[in-house]
Design a binder for this molecule. Structure first.
Ligand code: DQA
Length: 144
């Protein structure tokens, strides 16, 4: 089983970015832990980050036939991107939406996710553990 982890804008700054909201772990720290847990589950993972919406769309499109599930922290694009939503729908790879912070407990503009209706589910608010929980969820939804 292959799971693609996609990370959107500003997540490259984790560790230094608003640590009170996002914690001190860097994206590299999170990737290391995801890889360790994935190895125990026998799951292959690919981990990518981009600040560019079009790059994320390209990666979602290219996931068809290559990955069994996508774990997507679309970051700010969660709240704005029709393009990401359309890509998820077009490709049909089961996608799990994740967030480090609880978007429903934050500013009003973060409460709306344009991608939530086309994702299998949403995990929000568990810090880096949102990534491990999503790995388990991906293994569950992508099980042959
Ligand atoms: C985020 C939440 C988004 O609202 C925000 O724009 C981010 C990170 C999270 O992981 O908590 O950049 O996706």
């Amino acid at each position: 089983m292959n799971v693609l982890f996609l990370n959107g804008p500003n997540l490259n700054l984790l560790g230094q970015r608003e640590p009170g909201v996002y914690g001190r772990a860097t994206l590299a720290d999170i990737e290391t832990e995801v890889r360790a847990r994935a190895a125990k589950l026998g799951v292959e993972v690919e981990f990518r980050q981009s600040n560019a919406e079009g790059q994320l769309v390209d990666w979602i499109q290219q996931a068809a036939g290559r990955f069994d599930a996508i774990v997507l922290n679309a970051a700010a694009y969660t709240h704005t991107s029709v393009a990401l939503r359309d890509a998820i729908t077009a490709v049909g790879v089961p996608t799990i939406e994740i967030h480090l912070s609880n978007i429903h407990a934050r500013e009003e503009f973060r409460h709306r996710s344009l991608i939530a209706p086309v994702c299998r589910g949403q995990i929000s608010g568990f810090g880096p553990a949102s990534y491990w929980l999503a790995l388990e969820a991906a293994a569950a939804v992508a099980a042959p």
